[in-house]
Design a protein around this ligand. Structure first.
Ligand code: ADP
Ligand code: TPW
Length: 562
């Protein structure tokens, strides 16, 4: 056989990816995947290489959420793999489709623990944190292995899949014809899954009995791209809605049916709640008092059958995909079957107005130094007229205030710390979003949060991505230390100039101590379409411990007794 009739693992992986429309890789290079990345790039797959695998993984995860194709991250063995695992676990937790493909060392040596270069039993290490985990041991299995990974990531509830590629498989030769025949094109990995008609009827009956209905929209609904169907249903039935943070913009935040500004009132007083791609987890206080009433009855629309009854009894489960479920609800709904509850809607409106008025004083104040509200108002003013911008947001106070102050007009434009409340997603999500949307990103970052992935500023500059990072610099985790003390566990260096970091890589740095400077910096940076970082100086006394979730800090039983 001549050499021309041979292929190898590297080529088969690249061919399998291309055949399945995976056109972007997020990675950190090294043994044994460097040549794989080179080949992928040469074959037209966009390849973004990072400074740390967590960020590469986060970029892949958010690309998966935004494109409904599995985001692909490639890492080297053992330590690179483990760095990427944090992102894979986070993707699984958030129901984002992602594949982490790692090179791995010699199986015979790893299994006898004989101390190979970067030795680790990666497959078993990945299993507990992934939706699925597979290893490809033979070059002729590459096609099927990648097909399984794609299908596992996308089908049902999306999640993170680990795919182990031994160095040996990558380098192995196979005759080209056998290789070509072994490749698989995945057909329809996430088909429509309409709920049963009886479930639809049951849900409609329960909603028709409600005097105070409420829909809670979660990021599963954003992922499902079901905004048109959801909107027609809620508008026709007059059901108010609350968006979870990454579902903001699914219906615009200024929609008259939005109950966001009356959140606790709406949750506490609703008699029937329709959960739409939102889990009743800690972010919704598990559906328990005091936020919730024990009398509330539930409809839940979710693709995962075992999500139902996880925290509260669900009277009307709608197991299926959200787009099909709402199409079915719209089709089965009888005109006037669910009556518009004017008293309830008026009550919500009254609360909204009161709360907005109460917030207005704080929002319009212009203290010096800036606080979270005033700085976010300044950012918001610069964002007006830029609905295409994706907002990435992490931190504690920076996250909580931004979620409330920055309205989202369009779906899937707000990406944040998500289900785990994780720090470190910032630059990875920003790069992933810029890479797949081709549109500008504004990352609103607490200074501590930024530090977790800050070196990716170099990555942003290297690829010239339109990412504007605003660091809310209050010299600390949650807040800054008072002057004169040694640094406390939450303190960070005082007077840091984060803007200098981006200047080191040729990007534009800005320093803003007041709101007009901050607004013009964001506007100018956005208009340039180039990488920028704005160091926004925030009053070190402005934040509160853990932001809005301070109550989750354990309290000492001893201290309480005193
Ligand atoms: P949030 O944090 O916004 O409340 P969660 O991540 O808790 O949202 O919930 C998302 C839910 O959406 C998960 O339970 C997941 O199973 C579900 N989901 C994801 N995609 C779909 C889909 N296409 N159709 C129906 N449910 C979906
Ligand atoms: C991976 C714990 C929650 S919020 C936060 C930390 C370290 C930073 C808050 O300070 P920041 O924001 O970013 O300056 P702000 O607006 O309050 O000033 N490690 C991980 N995830 C989490 N959530 C933590 C630690 C934490």
């Amino acid at each position: 056989m001549s050499e021309r009739d041979l292929t190898d693992g590297f080529h088969l992986v690249v061919e399998a990816l291309k055949r399945n429309g995976i056109d972007t890789i997020f990675a950190v290079a090294g043994i044994p995947i460097t040549d794989l990345l080179r080949l992928a790039q040469a074959e037209g797959i966009r390849t973004f290489t990072f400074r740390h695998e967590s960020s590469a993984g986060n970029a892949a995860a958010i690309a998966g959420f935004l494109t409904r194709k599995p985001g692909l991250c490639m890492t080297v063995s053992a330590p690179g793999f483990l760095n990427g695992m944090v992102a894979l676990a986070n993707a699984t937790t958030n129901c984002f489709p992602m594949i982490l493909m790692s090179g791995s060392s010699d199986r015979a040596i790893v299994d006898l623990e004989q101390g190979d270069y970067e030795e680790l039993d990666q497959l078993n290490a990945a299993r507990p944190y992934a939706k699925a985990a597979y290893r490809i041991n033979r070059p002729q299995d590459i096609g099927i292995g990648i097909a399984r990974a794609i299908r596992a990531a996308l089908s049902g509830r999306p999640g993170g899949v680990y795919l182990d590629l031994t160095a040996e498989v990558l380098g192995s030769a196979l005759d080209a014809e056998t290789g070509r025949k072994s490749l698989v094109t995945v057909v329809d990995p996430a088909p429509p899954q309409p709920p049963a008609p009886a479930s639809v009827a049951r849900a409609l009956d329960l909603l028709a009995s409600a005097l105070r209905p409420l829909a809670i929209l979660g990021k599963g609904a954003a992922y499902a791209r079901a905004e048109a169907e959801i909107r027609s249903f809620l508008e026709a039935a007059g059901i108010p809605f609350l968006p979870m943070s990454m579902a903001k913009g699914l219906l615009p935040d200024d929609h008259p049916l939005s109950a966001a500004a009356a959140r606790s009132f709406a949750i506490g007083n609703a008699d029937v709640v329709m959960l739409v791609g939102a889990r009743l987890n800690w972010l919704l206080s598990h559906g328990r008092p005091p936020l919730w009433s024990e009398a509330t009855r539930f409809v839940q629309v979710d693709i995962s059958p075992t999500e139902i009854d996880s925290n509260r009894a669900i009277e009307a489960p709608l197991v299926g995909d959200i787009k099909s479920a709402f199409a079915a609800l719209n089709a089965a709904r009888k005109p006037g079957g669910i009556k518009r509850q004017a008293v309830w809607l008026d009550e919500i409106d009254k609360r909204k107005r009161q709360n907005i008025e109460r917030m207005a004083a704080r929002l319009n104040a212009d203290p010096s130094p800036m606080n979270f509200s005033s700085a976010l108002r300044a950012v918001r003013n610069a964002l007006a007229g830029h609905p295409e911008v994706t907002i990435v947001n992490e931190g504690a106070n920076t996250l909580d205030f931004a979620r409330n102050i920055i309205d989202m007009p369009l779906p899937r434009r707000r990406l944040d710390s998500g289900t785990w409340g994780v720090m470190g997603i910032g630059m990875g999500y920003a790069i992933g979003a810029a890479a797949v949307t081709g549109k500008p990103v504004v990352a609103i970052e607490g200074d501590s949060a930024f530090g977790f992935s800050g070196m990716e500023i170099e990555t942003i500059c290297r690829y010239g991505l339109p990412v504007v990072t605003v660091v809310f610099n209050n010299n600390g985790v949650y807040r800054g230390d008072p002057q004169g003390l040694p640094y406390s566990p939450t303190g960070l260096i005082r007077g840091a100039r984060y803007d200098k970091i981006i200047e080191a890589f040729g990007g534009a740095g800005y320093h803003a101590e007041d709101t007009p400077t901050l607004t013009s910096a964001v506007s100018e940076a956005l208009a340039s379409g180039k990488p920028a970082l704005i160091n926004a100086v925030i009053d070190p006394t402005a934040g509160t411990e853990s932001g809005h979730i301070g109550s989750l800090n354990p309290q000492s039983a001893l201290a309480q007794k005193k």
